[in-house]
Design a protein around this ligand. Structure first.
Ligand code: PMP
Length: 364
């Protein structure tokens, strides 16, 4: 394969588009005739300013966001957003609904409880996290400030395909593991956040999108400057030194998505991969077994088991030997997991399925 690369199925940091890497490589010593690399450039300089604003512009273009949205580039990962959201929007007398669908939503709930009243509107424990809630199972609270969801559950391998209807209450979504992977209507979302290291580029940048009318409800009281959304909205994410290189990297990834045909093209590509892999698993479910209910199965993270734990381990080991890295399930979930974000081409899944067939023929 080009540059001796292998198929990378790590859950994050994860594979990035080769075209983005090549572009960054080209500008490594001298970005656009500036005589220096992007990471050497002042974040107050004109060329960096262009990168910064162009990246935000691409986010808006790809998601079809109007002027009523703010795009922020923060640090601290999605994990800091677990706290910043309730810190900015809740208080002693305020409530929020949280839909609990796995490890990451549990962490978001834990943080929110520090700042306000949290109602668990659906508890995935009741269904062993094997599926996402149906609309009639979501118990919304009147007067809630927002409804929090995790759009894709990286560890469990579930993904929302229809978002919960909330009667106008803003949705707040952790989209860390499926942002920009498909078309969706952003309108019901008051806030979207995502760590960059799966679908957007390198770790160390967190994308936050705020709808203006929701943002205006952000509490005014004296919050720590760096933890107040207002600081970052008013300073266009330049209150302090941003992860300028990470943002440039994101620009290159977003440009690749745009060149490929935007979210429509990503959706078609991700659907094709999911059809290939789940199709193969369904046809061989005596050997490769996916317990997730069919209409909740994630297109990004495909989780499955082999007949024994020893075979799971052997599959992961032989996979790595054959050029397929990162097939081990999350530590708490066990089994195997194939993470296939935007950058993973269908060809990678075709090769993987051939390997899976071969492994089954020899071990089944
Ligand atoms: N939310 C989801 C859905 C994730 O998959 C992850 C990381 N894998 C996180 C949050 C935590 O992200 P970070 O490491 O950027 O804090």
């Amino acid at each position: 394969m080009k540059h001796d690369r292998i198929w990378n199925f790590y859950a994050g940091p994860a594979a990035v588009p080769l075209e983005a890497l090549e572009k960054i490589h080209q500008s490594w010593f001298n970005y656009n005739g500036e005589g220096m690399a992007v990471m050497e450039m002042s974040h107050r300089s004109k060329p960096y300013d262009e990168i910064h604003n162009n990246t935000a512009g691409l986010v808006k273009k790809l998601l079809g966001l109007g002027d009523n949205y703010h795009v922020l580039f923060l640090q601290g990962g999605a994990s800091l957003q677990f706290a910043m959201v309730p810190l900015n929007f809740l208080g002693n007398d305020k409530e929020a609904d949280y839909i609990h669908t796995g490890t990451w939503s549990a962490k978001a709930i834990k943080e929110a409880k520090l700042f306000g009243n949290v109602n668990v509107a659906f508890d995935g424990n009741d269904t062993q996290f094997l599926r996402l809630p149906r609309q009639n199972e979501v118990k919304l609270t009147e007067g809630a400030e927002y409804v929090h969801i995790t759009s894709n559950n990286t560890i469990r391998g579930t993904q929302f395909f229809a978002f919960p209807e909330t009667n106008g209450v803003p949705l707040v979504a952790d989209m860390s593991s499926d942002i920009l992977s498909r078309c969706f209507d952003p309108e019901p979302f008051g806030l979207i956040y995502a760590g960059a290291q799966k679908n957007l580029g390198p770790s160390g940048v967190t994308l936050v999108i705020l709808r203006n009318d929701f943002y205006e409800r952000c509490i005014e009281k004296n919050l720590t400057t760096m933890l107040h959304y207002k600081t970052h909205v008013e300073k266009n994410s330049l209150h302090n030194t941003p992860n300028s290189f990470g943002i440039y990297f994101m620009e290159c990834v977003l440009q690749w998505i745009d060149d490929m045909g935007g979210l429509k093209a990503m959706e078609a590509r991700n659907r094709e991969k999911a059809d290939l892999l789940y199709g193969f698993i369904n046809n061989n479910d005596g050997f490769y077994c996916c317990h997730i209910e069919k209409d909740s199965r994630s297109w990004m993270n495909v989780c499955f088991h082999l007949p024994t734990e020893a075979l799971d381990q052997e599959f992961v080991r032989q996979g790595a030997e054959n050029g397929f890295i990162g097939l081990k399930g999350y530590r708490s979930a066990g089994g195997c997991r194939v993470s296939m974000y935007n950058a993973t081409p269908p060809e990678a899944i075709r090769d993987l399925v051939d390997f899976m067939q071969d492994f089954m023929d020899k071990n089944g």
